[in-house]
Design a protein around this ligand. Structure first.
Ligand SMILES: [Zn+2]
Length: 116
């Protein structure tokens, strides 16, 4: 078993005290998001020990939804504009019933386009 002299033990105890103080400070301090400046308690640490800003996460989620919404609208628009071609190219998928379903799905975006 390895033995330590008094000086080494004191150095280790000092280091433990320093780490305890650092931990206590971290727990009571604030973390500030470098992107938006939002501050929250440093206690709210992620499982990986990092920090995630709830404001930026919310904004990112909104941006993701908006991007997907725009992509969906673009797809619907393309479908609207190419529905006749689709009926010709993919007759197996564009029987009357399917076309009616697609048209019903498109109708909100068609109304939006009329309103625009
Ligand atoms: Zn942020």
């Amino acid at each position: 078993m390895k033995t330590y002299n008094t000086q080494q033990v004191e150095a280790m105890e000092a280091e433990i005290d320093r780490l305890r103080a650092e931990l206590a400070r971290a727990r009571t301090s604030l973390w500030e998001c470098s992107d938006c400046g939002f501050r929250f308690s440093a206690e709210h640490v992620d499982v990986d020990g990092e920090y995630s800003c709830p404001v930026c996460a919310e904004a990112k989620l909104r941006a993701d939804i908006a991007r997907k919404d725009a992509a969906l609208k673009a797809s619907l628009e393309w479908l609207t504009n190419n529905l006749i071609e689709c009926e010709i190219l993919y007759p197996e998928f564009t029987d009357e019933e399917t076309v009616a379903i697609i048209r019903a799905a498109l109708s909100p975006s068609l109304d939006e386009r009329k309103a625009a």
